[in-house]
Design a protein around this ligand. Structure first.
Ligand code: FES
Ligand SMILES: [Fe+2]
Length: 324
C-alpha cells in the first residue's frame, strides 16, 4: 500500500451504531463502530493484552470492551480500565490498542494509512461529483491486488474486446493518445485525468500521446490516488469506484452509478437499471482481470506495454514514487 494516504475502505452503512463490526482491510483485521454521536471509529481488531479480537467483544459507552478479560479501550486506543487491577487503578500508558484516524464523507469511510499528523490532506473524492445526485452501489470482491483492479479502470485499450457487446460495442479498436494529465492537489494528494479518442481502424496509425493536441472539455476518466476513480458520462451521470484493499490478494470493489432520478419510484427504477448495468460491465472486467499474473502490478515487472497504456504507466510511476 502507498503510505500516508486516506483510503476509502468501507461504505457508511456498513458501520452501525452500538455494534462492533470486524472487517479485513489493508491486510489487517480491523474493528469499526459508531459512538453515541454517530462518529465512526476504527481500530486494529486485536487486544494488546493477549491478542483476542475486539470484534467479539462489546461496546460499553464510548469504549470497546475486550471479550477475554474485559479490558476497555477508548476510540483513540487508550486503555481506560483493567478490571483485574480494580476500577481505582490507572491502566499503564503502554496498554494501547492500534487506533486509526477515521473520517467519513460522501457515504464512504476513510482511514489514514500512515504516520499521525497535526493536519491531514483532504479526503480523496471528486469536487465535480455533487452530493445531490443519487447513487446505488454494487459491491464485489475481486481476488486480485488493488493495483490490478485500478489499472483495469485506467486501461483504455480493452473496451472493444472485454466490452465488445456493451460499452465497447462498435469495434473502435484504434486508440489515439491517450492524453493524460497529473495534478498534485495537496502535498501527496494526486489526481490523474485521461481523455480518450478511439476510432474504427480504417488503415490509420494511432497517434502517440506526444502527438496529441492539448485536452479540451471534461476528462472521461479521473483517478484520485490512492483508490477512488470516476467515469464522466454526463453532468448527472457518473460511474464511481472505490477499490478497498482487503489484503495483497483481494480487493473489495465498491462501484456506484450516480444519477439524478431522486423522485421515489423513479429512483428505484434508475437504481435497478444502474445495478444491472454495473454488474454486467464489471463482471466482464473481473472475468479477465482475475486471469492476470502476477496478481499485483509494479513499475518494474515482466510486461511489455504500448503507447495506449500511458495511464497505466503513469499510475505505476506515481504509485512507486509515493511509496518511497
Ligand atoms: S486479551 Fe483482551 S483483555 Fe485480555
Ligand atoms: Fe472495463
Amino acid at each position: 500500500m502507498i503510505p500516508n494516504q486516506w483510503y476509502a475502505i468501507l461504505e457508511s452503512d456498513q458501520i452501525r451504531r452500538g455494534r462492533l463490526t470486524g472487517v479485513t482491510r489493508m491486510g489487517e483485521k480491523l474493528v469499526a463502530w459508531r459512538d453515541g454521536a454517530g462518529t465512526a471509529h476504527i481500530m486494529g481488531d486485536r487486544c494488546p493484552h493477549r491478542g483476542a479480537a475486539f470484534s467479539a467483544g462489546k461496546l460499553t459507552g464510548e469504549c470497546v470492551q475486550c471479550p477475554f478479560h474485559g479490558f476497555e479501550f477508548d476510540p483513540r486506543g487508550a486503555c481506560t480500565l483493567i478490571p483485574a487491577n480494580g476500577r481505582a487503578a490507572t491502566p499503564p500508558k503502554a496498554m494501547r490498542a492500534q487506533a486509526y484516524e477515521t473520517r467519513e464523507a460522501h457515504g464512504l469511510v476513510y482511514i489514514w494509512w500512515g504516520e499521525p499528523r497535526a493536519s491531514y490532506p483532504p479526503l480523496p473524492f471528486f469536487d465535480n461529483l455533487p452530493d445531490r445526485l443519487a447513487y446505488v452501489t454494487f459491491r464485489d470482491p475481486w481476488p486480485v491486488h488493488y493495483s490490478r483492479a485500478i489499472e483495469n479502470q485506467l486501461d483504455v485499450l480493452h473496451l472493444p474486446f472485454v466490452h465488445h457487446n456493451t460499452i465497447g460495442a462498435g469495434g473502435q479498436t484504434v486508440v489515439h493518445g491517450p492524453v493524460v494529465c497529473e495534478r498534485e492537489l495537496a502535498p501527496g494528494s494526486w489526481l490523474l485525468e485521461a481523455w480518450l479518442d478511439n476510432e474504427l481502424d480504417h488503415g490509420q496509425v494511432a497517434r502517440k500521446p506526444s502527438e496529441m493536441p492539448a485536452p479540451t472539455g471534461r476528462p472521461l476518466i479521473q483517478f484520485h490516488y490512492p483508490n477512488v476513480w470516476q467515469l464522466w458520462l454526463g453532468d448527472d451521470v457518473r460511474v464511481f469506484v472505490a477499490f478497498a484493499p482487503v489484503d495483497d490478494a483481494n480487493t473489495l470493489v465498491y462501484a456506484r452509478q450516480y444519477h439524478s432520478f431522486t423522485i421515489p419510484g423513479l429512483r428505484q427504477v434508475a437504481d435497478l437499471f444502474s445495478l444491472f448495468s454495473t454488474f454486467i460491465i464489471l463482471r466482464q472486467d473481473k472475468d479477465v482481470v482475475i486471469t492476470q499474473r502476477p496478481i499485483r502490478s509494479d513499475l518494474k515487472m515482466d510486461e511489455i506495454l504500448v503507447p495506449g497504456d500511458l495511464p497505466i504507466i503513469l499510475y505505476r510511476k506515481r504509485r512507486q514514487a509515493l511509496m518511497q
